[in-house]
Design a protein around this ligand. Structure first.
Ligand code: HEM
Ligand code: HEM
Length: 177
């Protein structure tokens, strides 16, 4: 099933979830691994693709937000005490996943370098200190997103191994109709 249902996330939601997850974890780990192991081969391979991967995340997250809004009435529901925390946490992650590439693009644009994504210069650089200073939050957003992802993965594993409910399975799919 392409669409979500109250029992499981559909194929499109799952594809978008795991595609964005792989891109974002690659992006973040390339920077963090480089901090402890300077100029390692993995980070060196990813860095030239940093803005393009970020641009891809922005496109995917725009599509994902529109899709999530269209599916919100038929998605699996959250139950129990942590219901509000789960919904709030997912909304914060959506916001950070959009703010990450936007702040990166504003930073490079405002500092006069221009925005180069997919091998093309989309915007020439400008002297825009407001954009450069908003873009300065790029690193802070990255730390917040990392914390959210660590908490998110811990909760997914807690659901699976402790609560033994179907929370992880409905994002892994496919589930029998
Ligand atoms: C999912 C999207 C993105 C993620 C997760 C991400 C992550 C990061 C991280 C963790 C850093 C290191 C921050 C620091 O050292 O404080 C960084 C730096 C940087 N990012 Fe991104 N980024 C993304 C998208 C983009 C985009 C779309 C652009 C530009 C179009 C961009 C441009 C930059 C630049 C220029 C730096 C170096 C900034 C500096 O050294 O202060 N990023 N990014
Ligand atoms: C091993 C890594 C991961 C696992 C096991 C995992 C697991 C899950 C599960 C089980 C759900 C469904 C939760 C529910 O229905 O209550 C979910 C949803 C979600 N996950 Fe992950 N996830 C992982 C990585 C990530 C990463 C890296 C991100 C962010 C880049 C992310 C962002 C989200 C968001 C925003 C949702 C809300 C549902 C949606 O609209 O797609 N996840 N995840």
């Amino acid at each position: 099933m392409l669409k979500d249902s109250p029992r499981a996330y559909g194929r499109l939601t799952r594809t978008l979830h795991w595609l964005v997850a792989v891109l974002v974890v690659t992006q973040l780990s390339s920077v963090f691994v480089n901090a402890v192991w300077k100029d390692n081969a993995f980070s060196q391979a990813i860095f030239p693709w940093h803005t393009t991967i970020g641009g891809g995340v922005l496109i995917l997250m725009t599509a994902r937000t529109l899709w999530a809004l269209s599916q919100r009435r038929q998605r699996p529901r959250h139950a129990g005490r942590l219901q509000r925390l789960a919904i709030g946490g997912h909304i914060v992650m959506y916001a950070l996943l959009i703010l990450m590439p936007l702040s990166g693009a504003l930073m490079t644009w405002g500092m006069g370098y221009g925005v180069h994504v997919f091998g093309k210069a989309w915007f020439e650089g400008a002297d825009a200190p407001w954009a450069a200073s908003f873009g300065g939050l790029h690193g802070t957003f990255a730390w917040l997103l990392t914390l959210m992802i660590v908490g998110h993965v811990c909760m997914a594993l807690y659901h699976h191994f402790r609560l033994r409910d179907g929370t992880l399975r409905r994002m892994l799919g496919p589930t029998p109709d």
